[in-house]
Design a protein around this ligand. Structure first.
Ligand code: 1AE
Length: 404
């Protein structure tokens, strides 16, 4: 049996951090240790957690120390899935006072049990034929309750604006006015027509919804109808639902993870699961090809160091899984593109809803403004200069400001 271990870091506080690490190592594995007879200890030792490290960060007024503790767990304690992992390292513990799950280090043998992203950054770039710049995605604003024809008009305008992808809103579940398979077929046709005019393909990410036991079947039907990509609310459904979609050989389209509900997990300094682990490592491990998360400067901001670490966890090359596209989102407008480019580089998707549909010239002009801003950022040209030859960009900068 493998002796490899999963190493877990927690941020917590206690009178004695080392003792707390030891209590977790035993409590989250064999339950009790020193009271066990020697024969039982020998039998259970292969399953025992181990306190690895305690790093004090801050002395608190109540006599406790706040700091990081590291505990390792034998790989044999887990089945190769994220529900087993999260329950085994943080299940009951997540309710036991001030404690936050900060990071998990996996041995290579654990990674090999997961498919990871089927396409990843390289596969999506291949599909679009775009290799030398960030991609651009537009979000329907809104979808819910709108007549199908309005959505078709919106789709056409977004595609004509030059975006690479168009995604549904994450809240688009009640879609009886524009049913899932029908809109996949309709938008595919519009994408074809637009490509004939512009020469550019555009991928549509349809929101995969429905009861969890029907998801794979619905995803396969979407693929048969010509879907390009599927948007998935991974935290509402659970990581294992994404894992099973990614592992399904018939689901032959990229999967895009939306961070809906993530605010219930990561923002507290004392509780929950840190964003780089939650939306970075785990979402990639479960198989997301693209991962949305709040950018550090938009309307739903995430702390910059966290956002950069999260993106790093999606794109690291040392774990044998394909790289997932970081999609820093929320409140993005063309004036933010140079900052996005400086922070996240070429391998990101610039994603905007309001920043495209709110353009004074409409959604097509909104897309064109972003296209010009991305080209300028890649060329190292100030946006103000690029705006001299792009009316849509000039109008966007006049409305939202920004650029450098
Ligand atoms: C972090 C998620 C962002 C998102 O889902 C969304 O709809 C953003 O829209 P805008 O770009 O802020 O209008």
């Amino acid at each position: 049996m493998s002796e490899e271990r999963i190493t877990v870091t927690y941020l917590t506080q206690a009178k004695d951090l080392s003792k707390k690490a030891e209590a977790i190592a035993v409590g989250m594995t064999v339950g009790s240790w020193t009271d066990l007879p020697a024969a039982k200890q020998a039998e259970l030792r292969p399953y025992l957690g181990e306190a690895v490290k305690a790093e004090p960060l801050e002395q608190l007024g109540n006599g406790e120390t706040r700091g990081l503790i590291t505990v390792s767990y034998p790989v044999r304690n887990f089945t190769p899935d994220i529900p087993s992992l999260l329950t085994g390292v943080f299940g009951k513990l997540s309710m036991d006072g001030r404690i936050k799950l900060v990071d998990i280090q996996f041995p290579p043998s654990f990674f090999t049990a997961f498919p990871g992203p089927k396409y990843g950054i390289d596969g999506i770039r291949e599909r679009l034929g775009v290799f030398d710049r960030p991609l651009l995605m537009s979000i329907f604003k809104a979808c819910l309750g709108l007549p199908f024809d309005d959505l078709k008009t919106q789709f056409r305008a977004q595609a004509e604006g030059g975006v690479d992808l168009v995604k549904d809103d994450e809240i688009f579940f009640a879609d009886d006015r524009a049913p899932f398979l029908e809109r996949i077929r309709a938008f595919r046709q519009i994408a074809r027509e637009t490509q004939e005019k512009t020469g550019k393909p555009v991928l549509y990410a349809a929101n995969l919804t429905g009861p969890v036991h029907e998801l794979n079947d619905r995803a396969k039907r979407a693929v048969e109808a010509g879907a390009d990509c599927l948007l998935f609310n991974v935290l509402a459904y659970g990581f294992d639902a994404l894992h099973r979609l990614a592992a399904d050989p018939d689901v032959t389209v990229p999967l895009m993870a939306h961070p809906a509900l993530a605010g219930a997990f990561y923002p507290s300094p004392d509780y929950g699961i840190a964003a780089p682990l939650l939306l970075g490592k785990l979402t990639r491990l479960a198989g997301a090809d693209l991962v949305l998360f709040p950018s550090p400067y938009g309307s739903v901001a995430m702390e910059k160091a966290e956002a950069l670490q999260l993106a790093g966890n999606l794109t690291s090359t040392d774990i044998g899984l394909k790289r997932s596209f970081p999609v820093p989102s929320a409140g993005i407008h063309p004036g933010l593109v140079p900052q996005l480019y400086a922070d996240f580089g070429n391998d990101q998707v610039v994603n905007a809803g309001g920043g495209i549909h709110g353009h004074p010239g409409g959604a097509a002009a909104g897309g064109q403004a972003f296209v010009a801003a991305i080209a300028a950022a890649v060329a190292g040209k100030p946006l103000a200069e690029a705006a001299e030859s792009s009316e849509p960009l000039a109008a966007a900068l006049a409305k939202w400001g920004g650029g450098r």
